[in-house]
Design a protein around this ligand. Structure first.
Ligand code: PLP
Length: 390
């Protein structure tokens, strides 16, 4: 008998539209400014530690709870190891949070489901994953995978955070949502949020709030204190972006021991690979190396912001290692293609709020000079226009 393999797959999974990661090109020689990777390599001490760990011990399982790493992070953040869980990248922890704190909709009538995904009060806040738009595009995917409802509420036109009063007036924000994700500083806009405004939002929420601080090392302030003050607030951090370890997949949450223990209960027993633990531990032994890199990235960011502005780009203020820019003369999508033709890879998000923009990761100074050269050449070849050095 022939079975259609599709019929073996859960309907929810059949319908899923997966997260779309930025391209990792296989051709060499491209200036890669599309996935917010750090342009500087890990510290030589980190590379040495990883190299030294590559021997016959690869046959052994790693520490199941990444205990030495939790202890070291606890000292860094002035909390206890029980306040910390390590993940296979922070992405894994965002998924675990969805599974631990949000009740899936389950088998419900189409009507109830429709109401639920509209995020109305009747949906049942315990089914709801909530976030601002635009922000990290993984959040709605996590809700879909889990079979939860989702509620994406627009940021202000300048990508600022709506105040609690504005959210109340808007009537669509759910202060009881089981799980609320806030990307801070925001991606893809790069905009930073003050701890005071995040604190006000956290105080108003009844469910779990995850402050996703993937880019916080490039910002002027962080909100880690909120995870220590409020039992329902988790702060998410990653070694990927600021600590040049995307390849190793290590991220962590800081929060109340009860929430951390809940996440711990549902994770895989060996979720963090051994070389990742080695690399992260060595990273924490060489923080001055990384602080120097943050300063370099910020300096390059400010220079490129200035130079792109001089070329007629509208550049949004950034507290991250990337810039969101509205290019002149041609549609952003056309810029994406023309930069690509000149070997410069940037990111374009096809959503109404972001389609006019390009997101450009801050690379080395030499890479950014390549970008600026390409931009000037494209402007020169573009249809004539009266805008000159606006
Ligand atoms: C990159 C990124 C992450 C994921 O980081 P990993 O630790 O590599 O999984 C999470 N949140 C945001 C906003 C990011 O940009």
């Amino acid at each position: 008998m022939n079975t259609d393999p599709r019929s073996l797959i859960r309907p929810l999974v059949r319908r899923l539209r997966p997260y779309v990661p930025g391209e990792q090109p296989r051709t060499r020689g491209l200036i890669k400014l599309n996935t917010n990777e750090n342009p500087y390599p890990p510290s030589p001490k980190v590379l040495a530690a990883v190299n030294a760990a590559v021997d016959g011990r690869l046959r052994l399982y790693p520490n199941p709870t990444a205990q030495p790493l939790r202890e070291k992070l606890a000292r860094l953040h002035d909390c206890r190891p029980e306040n910390i869980i390590i993940g296979n990248g922070s992405d894994e922890l965002l998924a675990l949070a969805t599974r631990a704190f949000v009740e899936p909709l389950g088998d419900r009538s189409g009507l109830a489901k429709a109401r639920a995904s509209a995020g109305t009060a009747s949906a049942g806040s315990r089914h709801l994953v909530q976030y601002f738009t635009p922000s990290y595009s993984l959040y709605p995917v996590l809700a879909d995978i889990h079979g939860a409802a989702k509620n994406g509420i627009p940021l202000k036109p300048d990508f600022g955070l709506p105040t609690v009063a504005e959210l109340r007036r808007g009537g669509r924000w759910d202060f009881r949502a089981a799980l609320t994700f806030v990307t801070t500083p925001n991606a893809p806009s790069g905009r930073g949020y003050a701890t005071t405004e995040l604190a006000a939002l956290c105080r108003a929420q009844r469910g779990v709030v995850v402050l996703d601080e993937a880019y916080v090392d490039f910002a002027g302030e962080n909100a880690l204190a909120l995870a220590r003050e409020h039992p329902h607030v988790l702060v998410s951090r990653t070694f990927s972006k600021a600590y040049s370890l995307c390849f190793q997949r290590v991220g962590y949450f800081v929060g109340h021991p009860e929430l951390i223990a809940a996440l711990d209960r549902i994770r895989d027993s060996y979720n963090v690979n051994g070389l990742g633990q080695v690399a992260a531990l060595a990273t924490l032994d060489d923080l001055p190396y990384y602080r120097a890199n943050f300063a370099r990235v910020r300096a390059t960011r400010e220079r490129v912001c200035h130079e792109l502005t001089a070329l007629g780009f509208a550049v949004l203020p950034s507290q991250t290692n990337f810039l969101l820019v509205r290019p002149p003369k041609l549609p952003a999508r056309e810029w994406l293609a023309r930069l690509r033709a000149r070997q410069v890879l940037v990111r374009w998000f096809d959503t109404p709020a972001t389609a006019a923009y390009l997101r450009i990761t801050i690379g080395t100074d030499a890479e950014m000079d390549g970008l600026l050269r390409a931009a000037k050449a494209i402007l020169k070849a573009a249809p004539h226009s009266t805008s000159r050095n606006r």
